[in-house]
Design a protein around this ligand. Structure first.
Ligand code: NDP
Length: 333
């Protein structure tokens, strides 16, 4: 085992709040891997919208101080007891888990997989959480069929661009919403067929446009990550026996919902999270294998918005919250 330093760089929070609670530190003790864990020396850290929920307390962290960050790539530098043989020392890996905003992270082997030679560490990090979210949504939340009309909100964001590409690959027809013309153009380049503004001032206009595009029927499934601001209008765009998949809160948490509203069109309502689709290592391996295949065989565009040094974490949170990013923002320790 390589000799490891005693302390490391990392970003933690001691209380919920705005970006002012993000503390970049150089004195965090290097953790040791426990049973079933490997210690990873991080190379690229992925920024996800969920990081802002843990920072603000919308999703309460399990303890304070709390190191943010849900995904990363790097190299295995130490093994805890009972780790699988494909995670030996020096293996290049990508993981979804906790405590990624740091130089070293102990991660459960369940959530850690080797990166194939054909995929760069940067691309693997950019893909693992957002692309797997998109993949599990179209396979499990609502198994999308060829020819289905699908609505995707925030379509030029991290998860959004993956949804556009994967939906195109499976033969679905995507209606994409995004806040600027440039973002909508990017969604189109990534496979969206019809482009829409949110029509913030007139949600009925938005609903009408979706119905018009789909010949009056509505979409087979709507994937909405914007949440509070769009939920009601998006629900109205779903056709009879279709699915409303609400998977994010970028504009705030969806208001409490009266279940009886679903009977108007026998719509299925889901609120899934990636982490409950990849609970076992087998599930993660199966979805990751399918994802690597999509990236290499279908030549999917892994869009990296930018790479910032870890110490610029405040800028990273500000950029994602102010809707400035398209695709993936990464940090480097
Ligand atoms: P994005 O890169 O998509 O960034 C969020 C986007 O949301 C913005 O770019 C913006 O796009 C849009 N948006 C709309 N309204 C607002 C608002 N009021 N404030 C900020 N942004 C707004 O982030 P991610 O790809 O990381 O995540 C997308 C969503 O998916 C998040 O809500 C996240 O929580 C959710 N998610 C859920 C997962 C799950 O397992 N359930 C897993 C991963 C992500 P525009 O300007 O075009 O509207």
């Amino acid at each position: 085992m390589a000799s490891l330093p005693k302390t490391m760089k990392g970003v933690w929070i001691e209380k919920p709040g705005g970006t002012e609670v993000l503390q970049y530190r150089t004195d965090i003790p290097v953790p040791e891997p426990k049973d079933g864990e490997v210690l990873v020396k991080n190379e690229f850290i992925g920024i996800n919208y969920i990081d802002t929920y843990f920072r603000t307390g919308l999703y309460p962290p399990p303890h304070y101080p709390y190191i943010l960050g849900r995904e990363c790539s790097g190299t295995v530098v130490a093994l805890g007891p009972n780790t699988p043989s494909d995670l030996s020392l020096n293996t290049r890996v990508v993981y979804t888990g906790q405590y990624a905003y740091a130089e070293y992270t102990p991660v459960s082997a369940n959530y850690t997989i080797p990166i194939p030679d054909s995929i760069s560490s940067k691309d693997a990090t950019a893909a693992i959480l957002q692309a797997l979210t998109a993949l599990t949504l179209i396979r499990e939340a609502h198994p999308v069929k060829k020819g289905d009309w699908v609505l995707v909100t925030a379509a030029a964001g991290g998860v959004g661009l993956w949804l556009c590409q994967l939906l195109k690959a499976v033969g679905a027809r995507t209606i994409a919403t995004a806040s600027t013309a440039e973002k909508r153009e990017l969604a189109k380049k990534n496979g969206a067929e019809a482009l829409l503004e949110y029509h913030d001032e007139d949600r009925e206009k938005f609903v009408g446009k979706v119905l018009e595009i789909t010949g009056g029927e509505g979409v087979a499934v709507a994937f909405d990550s914007v949440g509070k601001a769009t939920f009601d209008a998006v629900l109205k765009t779903v056709k009879r026996k279709g699915s409303m998949v609400s998977f994010g809160n970028s504009s705030g948490a969806v208001d409490p919902f009266t279940i009886g509203r679903l009977s108007a069109k026998n719509v299925k309502l889901l609120r899934p999270t990636l982490f409950n689709y990849i609970v076992t290592r087998e599930e993660l391996q199966q979805y990751a294998a399918e994802l690597w295949e999509f990236i290499t065989k279908d030549k999917m565009d892994v869009r990296i918005h930018d790479v910032y040094p870890l110490k610029d974490v405040v800028r990273a949170h500000q950029d994602i919250e102010s809707r400035k990013t398209t695709g993936k923002l990464l940090l480097q320790p």
